[in-house]
Structure formats: structure tokens, C-alpha cells
Design a protein around this ligand. Structure first.
Ligand SMILES: Cc1ncc(COP(=O)(O)O)c(C=O)c1O
Length: 363
């Protein structure tokens, strides 16, 4: 008898692709996309075909950037596929996985799709959405094979510090589990970014991409950092998924990595401006409660009263502005605002959000 799979798609991803568009789109979570013209590239830099397990030049560039060996690296189409591949390599049907709440929904959907037994641990507003190792301690069992967290946290932008990660690592080590850390937002701290948690021990498996901090989502340049034996298993598993990457994309990714400092400077300046705008806006709102990290590309305000679903609908229909309803993060009194777009759109979008909040209150 075949078992119905628990998830055959991602409700969030479907919504993002079909229903998040608006003139003032504050529903995105990365830096505004760069165009090909922003990269210094010529057609002669590209090639079509390359064989084997990933492009060595790209693996070497990533290895140098993250101070790992090339045998620790598995490249994949974005953090999305890096997450899928890592979860598929780490979880068998029926295995127990402990995932943070709230979480980036596709992580949950993939674990369910793989037939894992999903358990959750809470990150609470009242605790500043921090990871409390005792919450994890409370929820793990001898059957837990994997812990899953995002750092920075999507949706809140909260950073988990090294000390906490070490404590979580100890819990995982004791029960012989691994930790998957999705670090796709970590580099929005730029020169202040901590080292990847991959260096904290063999139980750490890290995913990342050039998507969020650098506005290079379209390159689909993602990767996994894992100990060599696990990385090898992932490459072999990939033979029945993507098999071979798009080589022109690999070449472009190498060129982008050569220019990454320059790209990061643009991102950094934009995010500094946008954090200021966001904080000025939040200072004026007594109807919102918000944990306000000093970095990252998202914040996750909570309405003091009511559900954010009707606010999000009103905002999109009447004000042509979108944010992500907190219901996609299983927290319907919240909504997520993206800070990575151009500053003028953010300022106008926030103005409209303010009007929608006022109108929503009197409805
Ligand atoms: C935590 C997290 N992981 C992965 C992704 C997807 O990243 P990519 O575009 O590199 O596939 C996102 C995008 O929103 C995300 O928030």
C-alpha cells in the first residue's frame, strides 16, 4: 500500500509566486535583484558543459570564502535545493526531526514530504524569538535524528550567537543527531558576520546561497557544508535529483564571488538606510509590537489586537502594498516585512501600511 505524502508542495512558495505582487512589494526577503549588467561579465567568460560532481573552480572559491575543504562542499540550486538535498540525505521516512517554530515553511514541507516525524520547539516573542537550548532539551528524544534552525531566523531576523549554537551542538552530539543550520541570511551582517556554524563540529550541516545578502537569487548558486562522508552521500543522492548543474550558472557564480565585496557594499548601504526607515516607522506605531534586530532583511511585527490576515488583504487590495501574512509562519497575529527593496519603495510601502493599520483599527 502506498502512503499519501503529507506535503506535495509549499503553500508559502505558491503564495509568494502567485499572490504577493504589488506596486510596493514588502513581501520579499532578500536584497533587490541585481541584473546581468551589474556584474562585470562577458559572454566569453561562459561555457555550456562541464562534467563530474560540481565545478571545481566554484567549489574552490566557496572553500576559500568559508575556510573549508572542497570535499566539504556540495553545490545545489539555491538554498532551497540545498535544504532539500540535505534533509533527504539526513532523514529516512519515520525519522524524528525537531524544527523551530515559527519557521520558513518550505523546510517544514520538505521534512513532511520526506515522511519524517516532525516535532517542534518554540521561539517565543516574549523571549525575543531567541533559541533557548532548554526548549530543545525538552523536546528531543533518543529518536531525534535532526534539529533544524535558521540563522538569522526567518521570519524575525534574530541572530543565534555562537555560545547558544555550541549548547545546541552539545545536545545534538549527546543523542547522535545532526543540526541543519540554514544560514542564508547570516551574511546580511556583512563584515560583522560570524563564522559559519559549520566550524563548530561534525554535527553541523549548513546551507546557504548568494540569494539574500547579495541580490543574486537568479544565479541559483546554493551550497551545503558538511563533513566529507556526508557531502559524498549528498552528491550521490543528487545523481537521482538534479544530476548535473547548469554550467553557465556555475561560471557566473564564480564571477559573482570575485566581485562579492563590491556587491556587499551596495547591499550594506541599502540595508542601513532601510533599517533606519523601518525603525522610524515602528517608533510611530503603538498598535504594533516588534523585536527589532539591528541587521537582516526581515522583521515580524505583531498586532496588539486581532489577526493580520485581514490587514494584509486590505493592504494589498486598497493600498497596492504587500507583506507576508504571519499565518504562513503559523503566527496569524504577525506579518513579515521585507527590508531589502529600494528605499523609496520601502518608504512609500510603510506609509501605506500605516494608513491600512489606521483603517483596519476602525473597521
Ligand atoms: C530560510 C530560507 N531558506 C532558503 C530560502 C530560499 O533561498 P534560495 O532562493 O537561495 O533558494 C529562503 C527564501 O526565502 C529562506 O528564507
Amino acid at each position: 500500500m502506498t502512503r499519501e505524502r503529507e506535503a506535495m508542495g509549499s503553500a508559502y512558495m505558491h503564495w509568494a509566486k502567485t499572490s504577493s505582487q504589488a506596486r510596493f512589494n514588502l513581501a520579499t526577503s532578500g536584497l533587490a535583484n541585481l541584473s546581468l549588467q551589474d556584474l562585470h561579465v562577458s559572454l566569453a567568460d561562459l561555457e555550456i558543459t562541464n562534467g563530474g560532481y560540481g565545478y571545481e573552480t566554484l567549489k574552490r572559491a566557496l572553500a576559500a570564502r568559508y575556510q573549508v575543504d572542497t570535499e566539504n562542499i556540495v553545490t545545489a540550486a539555491g538554498t532551497s535545493f540545498a535544504n532539500h538535498l540535505a534533509l533527504a540525505a539526513l532523514l529516512n521516512p519515520g525519522d524524528e526531526v525537531l524544527i523551530e517554530h515559527p519557521v520558513y515553511e518550505p523546510l517544514l514541507a520538505v521534512a513532511r514530504y520526506l515522511g519524517a516525524k516532525v516535532k517542534r520547539f518554540a521561539r517565543r516573542f516574549e523571549e525575543g524569538f531567541r533559541i533557548l537550548p532548554k526548549e530543545i532539551e525538552h523536546q528531543v528524544s533518543a529518536n531525534t535524528r535532526l534539529l533544524v534552525i535558521t540563522n538569522l531566523h526567518n521570519p524575525t531576523g534574530v541572530l543565534t550567537d555562537v555560545e547558544t549554537l555550541k549548547e545546541v551542538g552539545e545536545i545534538a552530539r549527546r543523542i547522535k543527531a545532526r543540526i541543519l543550520v540554514d544560514e542564508v541570511y547570516l551574511e546580511t551582517l556583512f563584515e560583522g558576520s560570524p563564522r559559519t556554524s559549520f566550524h563548530l563540529g561534525n554535527e553541523f550541516v549548513v546551507t546557504n546561497s548568494l540569494t539574500k545578502a547579495f541580490g543574486l537569487s537568479g544565479l541559483r548558486c546554493g551550497w551545503i557544508l558538511a563533513e566529507p562522508e556526508l557531502a559524498r552521500r549528498m552528491w550521490l543522492l543528487n545523481d537521482i535529483f538534479a544530476a548535473t548543474p547548469v554550467h553557465a550558472g556555475e561560471r557566473l557564480s564564480v564571477l559573482a564571488l570575485h566581485q562579492i565585496e563590491e556587491i556587499a557594499e551596495r547591499s550594506h548601504a541599502l540595508l542601513d538606510r532601510n533599517h533606519l526607515l523601518m525603525n522610524q516607522f515602528l517608533d510611530t506605531r503603538t498598535d504594533l509590537e516588534t523585536i527589532r534586530p539591528a541587521f537582516g532583511t526581515t522583521m515580524f511585527p505583531r498586532l496588539r489586537t486581532g489577526s493580520a490576515d485581514s490587514l494584509c488583504e486590505l493592504l494589498r487590495e486598497r493600498y497596492d502594498t504587500s507583506v507576508v501574512p504571519g499565518s504562513f509562519f503559523e503566527m496569524p497575529s504577525h506579518f513579515r516585512i521585507g527590508l531589502g527593496g529600494d528605499s523609496e519603495s520601502l518608504a512609500k510601502g510603510l506609509e501605506r501600511l500605516g494608513e491600512a493599520l489606521d483603517q483596519n483599527r476602525v473597521r
